[in-house]
Design a protein around this ligand. Structure first.
Ligand SMILES: [Zn+2]
Length: 228
């Protein structure tokens, strides 16, 4: 059976992320104990020897075995994070890597039109998966960060109407537009701004250089240095 992805479904393994290959253990469980043709998920994120990495599960073109509810196995990409998020809290790194994977998958499947098509398993089926400590909001925020860092971010006109409807939607989407900044010497510069839930955000890196400062980001610290 083929898979025509229109959604992304997020899971946790509900097992501890051990130092070894949990992917192999899950695959063995799915193929040998459950008798499936392959591991049920399309992608699995786990830490091996302390380093996160995505493992390729079953081919994306093949029907998954991770979310029978809503007929999702035929029309979604199943992403699984190894860990038990009923007990642990997902790390910021896990959210960032998951966001990057979602972005990559969405770029490959235009039918996964927007972030409202990223669903937690428990939003579709009667399960607590991916655990009560998993936050869709944090995942979407990590995704927004990626979009704002992306040089290829599509420029979308942020009309007031869109802002209003974004406020009403549970899942808020970021839009970008160019705004003009006027400096004390009356010079102006067009700067990309990200609009999220009615607020405009600009990058310090774009705003500050004409004022004589360069901005760098290292080890979680924003460094502002004179450039003249
Ligand atoms: Zn699940």
């Amino acid at each position: 059976m083929t898979n025509k992805p229109e959604y992304i479904i997020i899971h946790h393994s509900a097992t501890k992320d051990t130092d070894g290959s949990d992917f192999a253990a899950i695959k063995k469980y799915h193929t040998q104990t459950k008798g499936w043709s392959d591991i049920g998920y399309h992608w699995v994120l786990e830490k091996v020897a302390g380093v996160y990495g995505w493992k390729v599960g079953r081919a994306e073109s093949k029907k998954g075995a991770h979310c029978s509810a809503g007929n999702m196995n035929n029309k979604s990409i199943g992403l699984c994070l190894v860990g038990n998020y009923e007990e642990e809290i997902p790390t910021a790194e896990a959210y960032a890597l998951l966001a990057a994977k979602c972005k990559e998958v969405m770029e490959r499947y235009p039918a996964i039109k927007d972030t409202s098509r990223i669903l937690l398993h428990g939003q579709v089926g009667a399960t607590s998966c991916p655990g009560k400590n998993f936050s869709l909001k944090k995942l979407l925020a990590a995704l927004t960060n990626l979009v704002s860092e992306s040089q290829t971010a599509t420029e979308i006109q942020a009309e007031d109407q869109n802002v209003e409807s974004a406020k009403e939607d549970k899942v808020e989407e970021a839009t970008t537009k160019k705004i003009e900044v006027q400096y004390p010497d009356d010079s102006t510069k067009k700067i990309e701004s990200i609009n999220l839930a009615g607020n405009n955000y600009c990058k310090l890196r774009e705003i500050l250089p004409p004022l004589g400062f360069d901005v760098d980001y290292q080890n979680g610290v924003v460094l502002i240095k004179p450039n003249k």
